[in-house]
Design a protein around this ligand. Structure first.
Ligand code: F3S
Length: 689
């Protein structure tokens, strides 16, 4: 089965220009109505921040694109009234017809517009003709028009030429003066002519394009008028193999709103279908002939292969070739027995490049798709971009099926996420980028991301990817490894993730453990923030692991010097030091003599008199002198006396100054005198007593 694509098929100049203008506009941007009559492209544009609105009042970002169909002057005036920036993508052919309508109306002509009254282009033309505009869509309507002395006829750009001529002939009868302007688009005429010629040569015609597209529907009508079975599809997914049973030649044409990639899909699907059919029938010889070639060599009358300098190639086939020469705007590729083909610059990569050397080097082996078996000079025209695209789709489908990763470079920030290059353009929604919200996506541009394929639709050119899914998998793996290696008593590094009133959560590698406030340091702290800060790396001891409940208890003070180990030497019995009152109990007062060392002053040791309640003598926060009565490092206990400390102070004060001096000298270093230590503070404490 031979697949032939009509020479003029797919995006017309005006639509291509409108899509380009939209893509180059600042995003997000609204289009007044769908930019083109193709749901797949409209959907793709929406993902890039180009969204359609039904009315100007719905425009949200201050910019509106007027699509290739154009708009009536009152719509443009309203947009200005609303303060919107107008980005005009009206097709130049349509703009010319609008100018004609306006000028003719100003000169007093009734302006008859031949076209579909519901089509936006026709509504726009009527607007430009102001109150002089009349729309006719058929010969019957033309016949019903009254006589006018001055009349002009223009047409919707996509109407068939012969119908315009017919309308002109009718109007001539009922007009004093009739001026006829051919405002038909040459592109449309070429496309329709090519479709007609192709339909006459093939067994089945496939017309690809949006169902809302008027020019696509005209193509369908034209092809059907030849008697050739004709099918109208929007995407390759709608193809049915039964349509092509016994067909030797299949023709493909496409409306002006159909992008090249949808046409490619159809060609490739038909070729794939053909291979499948052959395989199913078990005709292996025939299949291998097809697969290996991509070549349709003419046969001699006795069935042997004739020698031929450059056999015909099949459009849409994928070949392997070696780059043999590179110029500024094309690449020459040796495709073996099939000769040398040419890849034009724009067919090298789906990204914008200015030099072929950005993509290939001489000697590279690459995959190419045959676009045209031969150009005017007889050279095959090839595309690397399209072959890569098919390869990319295959890889993406495989990645989706197997759950494997792909890599993609971030090309651009668009509304709601990132565009990435994964061989085709893919979209990473902002919500699927990281584990948490990212306010500014611009630093990602140019970076290569590991990605998982979340959603694919080849027919809609839709590729949704997630970087977050990769991170989640990494985290799950890391968690598993951490749990498997955790043991009680281990010393591990971790990152402080969160501080709370009761402790800190420390990330040990995807798993958080709790470092209780009492385990942070030997000294008493009121909040973990006094000793730690978030994102700080620390060492911790694993105190307990509860796998069932997923809980891990950590300690940090165990890795710090324990002040109790040397407390007995540093605080000998009888020494006097200062301490801070931490809290009061009915039986006494807890005093901190240094961070991590607390002692108890029994209530009986607070004063020489009977003390009913501790607060009669001291308050939490007071700094007071205490005498060490005993130290038990094992039990981490120290007993202290305020009463005795003050008594000693008093005794010393009553001694001779010389003696005191001597004693103070003796005590310097080993034992500290109360006077040196506490000075006025001691006096204040005594006053309280
Ligand atoms: Fe313009 Fe013709 Fe296309 S009028 S929009 S180039 S079909």
């Amino acid at each position: 089965m031979e697949v032939i694509v009509a020479p003029h098929a797919g995006f017309c100049f005006g639509v291509e220009r409108a899509v380009k203008i939209a893509r180059e506009a600042p995003k997000p941007v609204a289009t007044l109505g769908k930019l083109i009559h193709n749901p797949q492209v409209v959907e793709q544009l929406a993902r890039e921040g180009i969204y359609p609105v039904a009315s100007l009042e719905e425009v949200r970002h201050g910019r509106v694109i007027i699509r290739s169909h154009g708009a009536p002057p009152e719509v443009l005036a309203r947009a200005r009234e609303l303060g919107l920036k107008i980005i005009d993508a009206t097709c130049p052919y349509v703009a010319r017809a609008q100018r004609l309508a306006s000028t003719l109306a100003a000169k007093g002509y009734e302006v008859v517009i031949f076209g579909d009254p519901s089509h936006p282009e026709v509504q726009g033309l009527k607007g430009w003709a102001r109150d002089k505009g009349v729309v006719v869509s058929s010969r019957e309507e033309a016949l019903s028009l009254p006589h006018r002395p001055k009349r002009a006829l223009i047409s919707q750009t996509t109407q068939p030429e012969e119908k315009l001529e017919e309308i002109a002939a009718i109007l001539k009868e009922e007009s004093g003066e009739l001026r006829v302007y051919n405002t038909l688009c040459r592109t449309t005429h070429q496309r329709q002519k090519a479709a007609l010629e192709l339909a006459l040569q093939v067994d089945v015609m496939v017309v690809v394009g949006g169902r809302e597209s008027a020019n696509t529907r005209h193509l369908v009508e034209i092809c059907r008028s030849t008697g050739t079975p004709t099918y109208h599809i929007e995407t390759a997914g709608e193809l049915q193999s039964c349509w092509f049973k016994n067909a030797r030649r299949v023709g493909i044409t496409a409306g002006a709103s159909t992008p090249a990639w949808i046409i490619e899909e159809v060609v490739v699907m038909l070729s794939e279908q053909e291979k499948k059919d052959i395989h199913q029938e078990g005709e292996e010889e025939q299949a291998s002939a097809l697969v290996s070639a991509e070549v349709e060599a003419p046969t001699s009358s006795d069935g042997g292969i004739e020698s031929h300098p450059l056999p015909r190639l099949r459009r849409g086939k994928i070949l392997s070739g070696v780059v043999v020469q590179i110029t500024d705007n094309e690449v020459l590729v040796d495709i073996g027995g099939k000769g040398e083909g040419v890849i034009p610059l724009e067919e090298l990569s789906h990204r914008k490049i200015t030099d072929p050397r950005e993509v290939v080097s001489v000697g590279d082996t690459i995959q190419v798709m045959v676009l045209r078996p031969e150009d005017e000079e007889g050279r095959p025209i090839l595309s690397k971009r399209r072959a890569d695209r098919i390869e990319a789709w295959n890889k993406l489908e495989e990645a989706l099926a197997n759950g494997t990763e792909v890599q993609g470079e971030v090309i651009e920030v668009v509304k709601g996420g990132l565009l990435v290059d994964v061989g085709v353009r893919g979209f990473v929604p902002a919500s699927l980028l990281e584990m948490s919200y990212v306010p500014d996506l611009s630093p990602y541009v140019g970076k290569t991301l590991r990605l998982k394929v979340v959603e694919l639709d080849r027919s809609k050119n839709k590729v949704i990817l997630s970087h977050r899914a990769v991170l989640e998998e990494d985290l799950a793996r890391q968690r598993e490894a951490t749990w498997a290696s955790l043991e009680k008593g281990q010393v591990r590094k971790g990152i402080v993730r969160r501080l709370t009133n009761f402790g800190a959560f420390v990330d040990l590698g995807g798993v958080d453990g709790l470092l209780h406030i009492s385990e942070i340091s030997w000294g008493r702290i009121d909040h973990p923030g006094e000793a730690l800060e978030e994102n700080q790396e620390i060492e911790v001891v694993v105190l307990d692991v509860n796998r069932e409940e997923g809980r891990i208890s950590l300690g940090r003070k165990q890795l710090l010097p324990n002040p109790w180990d040397t407390a007995a030497e540093r605080y000998p019995v009888g020494s006097i030091v200062q301490g801070k009152v931490l809290r009061l109990a009915p039986f006494g007062v807890f005093v901190e003599v240094e961070p991590g060392i607390e002692g108890l002053i029994h209530i009986s040791q607070l004063a020489d008199r009977h003390v009913e309640r501790c607060e009669e003598v001291v308050q939490p926060g007071d700094v007071i002198p205490v005498k060490v009565l005993g130290v038990d490092p094992e039990a981490q206990r120290m007993s202290l006396s305020l009463r005795q400390a003050l008594k000693e102070k008093s005794k010393r004060e009553n001694r001779q100054p010389a003696r005191r001096e001597e004693e103070e000298e003796t005590n310097s270093g080993a034992t500290v005198t109360l006077g040196e230590l506490f000075g006025d503070l001691l006096e204040e404490t005594k006053e309280k007593l």
